[in-house]
Design a protein around this ligand. Structure first.
Ligand code: FE2
Length: 333
């Protein structure tokens, strides 16, 4: 290891995924050494927090071992252990925090808990080169339009009920696509014939998806399944694109970062890209393995925060299931 270089091992366990990422910083750039994970899935879909947490406990040792082997490192080579402190499912977060604490204590390493949503933003910036973007973070549990302003990442708009990924998965499950429905439902979008009339619900800068979900599910069997899937996605993505465009216009920022699991959707990318081109903004999307939940998220943000002098005491390492993006002071921008 070169002097001044630091290696961080990050542990992600906010929901379905138990992930371990290892990164170093090379002249301020993110150097990925390992990114291993195991996701909890069920046949019927959805997530039972206790079962997901139990599966994280089961998978943690193997995922950790794989990550260290992939990086060719031993625990003693790690400088910092970070983990996703919140937001997320309490039982799942507890597992990541416990593994991080044990690792840090056993090998006498620094420990740092980080915010999961901000971690999505910082790894996306590091991997795409976006400098001061509006971020559309669209995942199963979270849907937020975020931008940096005076010391915090501000949430300009967000879902008032379910995450957009949950909307797609619930509908996919209702039409028998299984879980996760995202990739299959995305293919249906491009086979559409007709737009079915469904609710479009933007409240100021916020989004409401439950009415759209109920209306679409009530039409199953009465309308063509492909048309229905297309129409559901069309409205949900148009709502998201409308609010994102307004955030770009309001802040006069000219970069958009699309991240979270739903950023993998070609349909959403196409719609956001058209909007960006029309207003002269540039769109950035990190590679899909970095968009979805994974250990690189806390690993990179841990490193960024540590380099900026942020430290955490062991007694402050409790999980924060409800921590919001805009509650965290940003001292590194
Ligand atoms: Fe996430």
């Amino acid at each position: 290891m070169r002097s001044g270089q630091m290696i961080c091992l990050g542990i992600e366990s906010t929901a379905h995924t138990f992930g371990v990422g290892i990164v170093s910083n090379e002249k301020g750039e993110c150097n990925i050494l390992a990114n291993e994970k195991k996701a909890f899935t069920t046949q019927e879909g959805g997530i039972k927090p206790r079962e997901a947490a139990d599966s994280h406990v089961e998978n943690a040792p193997a995922v950790l071992k794989r990550a260290l082997e992939a990086a060719g490192l031993k625990p003693k080579d790690i400088g910092l252990v970070s983990y996703s402190q919140g937001p997320g499912l309490g039982a799942c977060l507890q597992v990541g925090a416990a593994v991080a604490r044990s690792l840090a204590l056993a090998h006498n390493k620094q420990l740092l808990g980080v915010n999961h949503c901000i971690a999505h933003i910082e790894i996306a910036k590091a991997l795409t080169g976006a400098k001061d973007p509006i971020v559309c973070y669209a995942s199963g549990a979270n849907t937020q339009i975020i931008g940096y302003e005076t010391g915090r990442y501000r949430v300009y708009g967000e879902t008032l009920d379910v995450g957009i990924g949950n909307l797609l998965d619930s509908f996919g499950r209702a039409i028998g696509l299984g879980f996760p429905a995202g990739p299959k439902i995305d293919e249906m979008y491009f086979k559409k014939k007709n737009l079915v009339k469904l609710p479009y619900s933007v409240k100021g800068m916020d989004l409401v998806f439950s009415g759209l979900q109920t209306a679409a599910e009530q039409k199953i069997g009465k309308e063509d399944a492909i048309d229905l899937a297309y129409s559901l996605m069309h409205n949900a993505f148009a709502m998201l694109t409308e609010v994102t465009e307004r955030a770009l216009a309001h802040t006069e920022k000219n970069e958009l970062v699309l991240t979270g699991g739903v950023a993998a959707s070609k349909a959403l990318r196409e719609m956001m890209d058209t909007m960006c081109k029309e207003r002269g903004a540039e769109m950035f999307v990190p590679p899909v393995p970095a968009c979805v939940d994974n250990g690189l998220l806390p690993a990179w943000l841990g490193l960024v925060e540590y380099k900026n002098g942020i430290r955490m005491k062991l007694e402050d390492s409790e999980v924060k299931p409800k921590q919001r993006t805009d509650q965290v002071d940003i001292t590194w921008i």
